[in-house]
Design a protein around this ligand. Structure first.
Ligand code: SAH
Length: 217
């Protein structure tokens, strides 16, 4: 990891943000501010630094990928993040999405099932002085000890919406989750309108790595 942020990197970030702005679905200004504040190249292998600001997904180890910037921006938009929100994230991965949420003033709880990625992300959070609660575990279970959450974001493709996550969402809370088996998923936003009632909206297809059960080594 290379924790060096130069004018060149900042310039590349501005270009990426200009590209994200072309997407009319992204209207929350604080998302662009967070994308400027969080150097995406810190989350990638040194070999990819030059390409860190293109709108691409990348390998981050353990066979996993950091999501496309537009996907991170879009999921964050759907989550309607407000300062002080208590947010659960499933799939810490590189820690980039986690950092965007921290930068926006959320209190973030994040679960990762790959130990290598969990340990690596923790190092990055220490560097930034972000203070998310990260756990090496199985996201299907959520984090019952810290529930309920205002928002929940799943950053891997789930075959179905895990009941534990619905249970751990506050009434009025938002759950953003790509759902589907196979290589493509439908982005869904669920709002818990009351205990037992969900309002569900769909937002097109995306490609995520699969949400797998139990922890890996
Ligand atoms: N938010 C990440 C996206 C990483 S890809 C980022 O910004 O980089 C999705 C991650 O979900 C992978 O790291 C994968 O290991 C993890 N994952 C898959 N199934 C999981 C589960 N059941 N619990 C926790 N993490 C899971």
């Amino acid at each position: 990891m290379l924790f060096q942020d130069t004018f060149k990197h900042k310039g590349m970030r501005k270009q990426l943000i200009a590209e994200l702005r072309k997407d009319e679905r992204i209207t929350n200004e604080s998302i662009f501010d967070a994308f400027y504040a969080v150097p995406r190249h810190f989350f990638l292998d040194v070999a990819f630094v030059e390409q860190a600001y293109s709108n691409k997904a990348f390998q981050i180890g353990a066979g996993q990928t950091i999501s496309h910037p537009i996907t991170v921006a879009f999921q964050t938009q759907l989550l309607e993040v407000k300062k002080g929100d208590k947010i659960l994230e499933i799939g810490t991965g590189s820690g980039f999405q986690t950092s965007i949420l921290c930068e926006m003033g959320a209190k973030v709880y994040s679960i990762e099932r790959q130990k290598e990625l969990y340990l690596n992300a923790k190092k990055i959070f220490d560097h930034f002085h972000y203070n998310p609660k990260v756990q090496y575990g199985d996201g299907y279970k959520g984090m019952p000890a810290y529930a309920p959450f205002d928002k929940i974001i799943v950053t891997c493709g789930a075959p179905e919406v895990p009941q534990a996550l619905i249970d751990q969402l506050k009434v009025g809370g938002i759950l953003v989750i790509p759902v589907g088996e196979g290589s493509e998923q439908t982005m869904k936003r669920l709002i818990k309108t009351s205990d037992g009632d969900l309002e569900v909206l769909e937002f097109g297809t995306f490609k995520f790595v699969p949400m797998l059960e139990k922890t890996a080594r």
